[in-house]
Design a binder for this molecule. Structure first.
Ligand code: ZN
Length: 227
């Protein structure tokens, strides 16, 4: 049995402590009934007050995650693996994975919504970028049409200032957008690669819609049945 513990972990009870990472540490069961505990977080995992990288613990060992979330190892273990340890069929385990798998639909929907929003933002910025040239075309047309009109002569300086302002504003926005958007997209993709993983083996499932995972019915990596 392998168990990721954290705010996005697979432990029995949810953890909300902000000093605990999404994936804070890993517990792997050993044949002799002990567990190998590995730290995965920059906030540290502690046994007996000492920061550990990798160590062997028992179900009764108290461990501390981050700045102050202390818990007994045995209390992290999912109910399913407890019954498995007491010799029963691990039938519940698959049901648990199925439920966790269904939650990935939300992860995917949220990801694709945010991605669409970012793409829309990029389109809007392109529209802004095209504005100054459109305005300048109009101004040019106006200056060609009625050079002698007093009204146009009055408007022209103001329009010129307005055009300059527009150019400055859009240049700033486009520059900011070019700096900003790829970084936002990268952060979104990175988070997605952390969240959109097989509930059993933790492998990233790819940039594919939830429906096509559902059609595959099982994990490519660990062959865990999802549906
Ligand atoms: Zn898997």
């Amino acid at each position: 049995m392998e168990l990721i513990v954290g705010r996005k972990g697979q432990q029995r009870t949810p953890i909300t402590d902000p000093s605990v990472s999404r994936e804070h540490c890993r517990l792997t069961s050993n044949p002799d009934g002990t567990f190998t505990l590995e730290n995965l977080s920059a906030n540290g995992t502690y046994v007996d007050g000492k920061s550990i990288i990798r160590t062997v613990v028992t179900a009764d060992t108290q461990i501390t995650l981050g700045t102050g979330y202390t818990v007994r190892v045995g209390d992290l273990l999912p109910a399913a693996s407890r019954t498995a340890e007491s010799g029963k069929q691990p039938e519940d385990t698959d049901a648990r994975y199925r439920e966790q798998f269904r939650r990935l639909k939300q992860v995917y929907d949220q990801y694709s919504n945010q991605k669409i929003a970012l793409q829309r933002e990029a389109t809007l910025k392109n529209f802004y970028r095209s504005l100054p040239s459109a305005v300048m075309t109009v101004l040019f047309a106006v200056s060609m049409l009625g050079g002698d009109s007093t009204l146009l002569a009055q408007i022209r300086p103001a329009a010129g200032v307005l055009t300059l302002l527009l150019i400055a504003l859009t240049t700033y926005q486009v520059y900011n957008g070019q700096k900003d958007l790829p970084a936002k997209m990268e952060a979104l993709n990175k988070q997605f690669m952390i969240d959109y993983v097989c509930p059993k083996c933790g492998n990233f499932l790819g940039f594919v819609p939830f429906e096509s995972l559902e059609n595959k019915k099982q994990c490519n990596f660990c062959k865990c049945k999802w549906v």
